[in-house]
Design a protein around this ligand. Structure first.
Ligand code: UD1
Length: 452
């Protein structure tokens, strides 16, 4: 009999209701806006909560689609996930019925692979699908799998699934990565908290969200510490306990709104903004001549021209290169490109982390930007460009948000298809823009069966 389940390569995600953002550009953003909790911390903490049978409580969790998918994936395993009020999640993983993370979850979100380490460490086995996630380049998970094998796991790959087993307990070891990987570091760290003995992870990712995860694990009773900037050490414990944690603010969301203020010639104050985590990005804006100032938890961007501040069209061109933290975040590369369309002269962009993360620039070009993509990692942007409203397609989360920024800065009306990609990672993005005086509305695509 034919297999009822499709093989991995035959799988097409089910149709999702597609959304359109309709944006009337050319209105400077003014006012203040709060920054939500960090997506890239919240998802890992939801996964980390399965390391204990006791209740964990997370606050400042962003209300975004990726969090909903992670919560749903945990519930499907039999984990109790409560959502008692907005931005609060409680997870109790006392009983887990299924040690199986299906393709349906993995295809929606790459971060579902974060369940590999904790489920393997606590329950000794898991079957987990190879993830899909954003359509940005080849995004393998070999580093995660190699780290688990180094910790003593036996892992086979069949039909698009990893079959992982830990005969007995995982064993502490030296985990050495050939390149810095955020989720690779996190998966290894989560697994090591319940392994027998000592684990050293090097080079460990230095992103602030990794440190926030360390803080949560420490509250759970894990013996985990960053002992050097690129080194995390873990002494395995037999069990962890429940804990409560308030998630750090989202530096990528903050950066996105900072650029929105700049490219619309606006004046915006971001509250609850993680200035400490945005050092390189703030420096980039500063070098571009954008008036930006920080306190402990606010960032103010003034591009209104008042007090001599530069306006769009007057910014300075730059050469930028993305890199692992503390370098310029690859997730802030697309917004920064929108900024550079408003600089007077030629800018060079080097995307060093992902292949294909420059492809979205073809959509930006359709709005009148003068962009030349040289290869998968390099592009040139000549400015200043007069951006015009256009009919656009969102290819992924970060590029989607950046097309919104371009549309807010452009003359005329843009219709941006694929708005659901943006909801994956930004809480109430259109409500926040509306509060700042933007003209934006979210519409349903007429035919909801059009596949994403
Ligand atoms: C995380 C973030 C993502 C961000 C990225 C880089 C989450 C949920 N996502 O993704 O928003 O853009 O960090 O800051 O936290 N690689 C391999 N093999 C692997 C894993 C990664 O070759 O097994 C490569 C990747 O293709 C990439 C590089 O390593 O070239 C770094 O990727 P990585 O840091 O792992 O990104 P993610 O953790 O997936």
């Amino acid at each position: 009999m034919a297999d009822a389940r499709p093989f991995h390569w035959e799988y097409h995600p089910p149709a999702v209701p597609r959304e359109i953002f309709r944006v009337e550009g050319g209105h400077p953003l003014r006012g203040s806006v709060g920054v939500s909790g960090a997506k890239n911390a919240a998802l890992k903490m939801l996964a980390a909560a399965v390391l204990t049978g006791e209740r964990c409580r997370l606050t400042n969790v962003p209300e975004i689609e990726d969090v909903r998918v992670m919560a749903e994936t945990l519930r499907d395993l039999g984990v109790v996930v409560d959502h008692p009020s907005a931005n609060v999640y409680e997870v109790s993983a006392g009983d887990v019925d299924w040690l199986f993370v299906p393709l349906e979850a993995a295809a929606k979100m790459r971060a579902s692979f974060m369940l590999l380490g904790p489920l393997l460490a606590r329950f000794g086995e898991v079957i987990i699908s190879n993830p899909g996630g954003d359509r940005i380049g080849r995004r393998p998970v070999d580093l995660h799998v190699d780290a688990m094998r180094a910790l003593g796991a036996e892992i086979d790959y069949r039909y698009g699934y990893y079959y992982a087993k830990a005969p007995g307990r995982l064993r502490g070891t030296e985990v050495t990565f050939p390149v810095v990987s955020v989720m690779g570091t996190e998966n290894a760290m989560l697994a090591a908290t319940l392994a027998e003995g000592h684990t050293t992870i090097r080079p460990a990712a230095q992103e602030p969200e990794v440190d926030d995860l360390i803080a949560f694990l420490q509250k759970m009773g894990a013996a985990v510490e960053r002992t050097a900037p690129d080194t995390i050490e873990v002494e395995g414990r037999k069990r962890l306990r429940g804990a409560e944690h308030h998630i750090v603010p989202d530096r990528i969301e903050a950066g996105t709104f900072a650029v929105a203020a700049a490219v619309t010639g606006g004046h915006v104050t971001l509250h609850g903004a993680p200035c400490d985590h945005l050092g390189t990005f703030v420096e980039v804006l500063d070098r571009a001549g954008v008036a930006i100032s920080c306190t402990d938890d606010t960032i103010e961007v003034d591009a209104s021209g008042s007090g001599g501040s530069s306006r769009p069209g007057e910014f300075r061109p730059l050469d930028i290169e993305t890199g692992p933290y503390p370098g310029l975040a690859t997730d802030l590369q697309p917004p920064t490109c929108v900024l550079l369309t408003q600089a007077a002269g030629r800018s060079a962009v080097h995307e060093s982390i992902f292949e294909d993360r420059l492809e979205w620039l073809s959509e930006l070009r359709r709005m009148g930007a003068d962009v030349e993509v040289i290869d998968a990692h390099h592009a040139l942007i000549d400015g200043p460009a007069r951006l015009r409203g256009a009919e656009l397609d969102i290819p992924d989360l970060r590029a989607g948000a950046s097309l919104l920024l371009a549309a807010l800065a452009a003359e005329g009306v843009s219709r941006i298809h694929g708005g659901h990609h943006v909801r994956r990672g930004y809480e109430n993005i259109e409500a926040k823009f509306l509060d700042l005086g933007a003209r934006i509305e979210r519409l349903q695509e007429e035919d909801p069966t059009v596949p994403s």
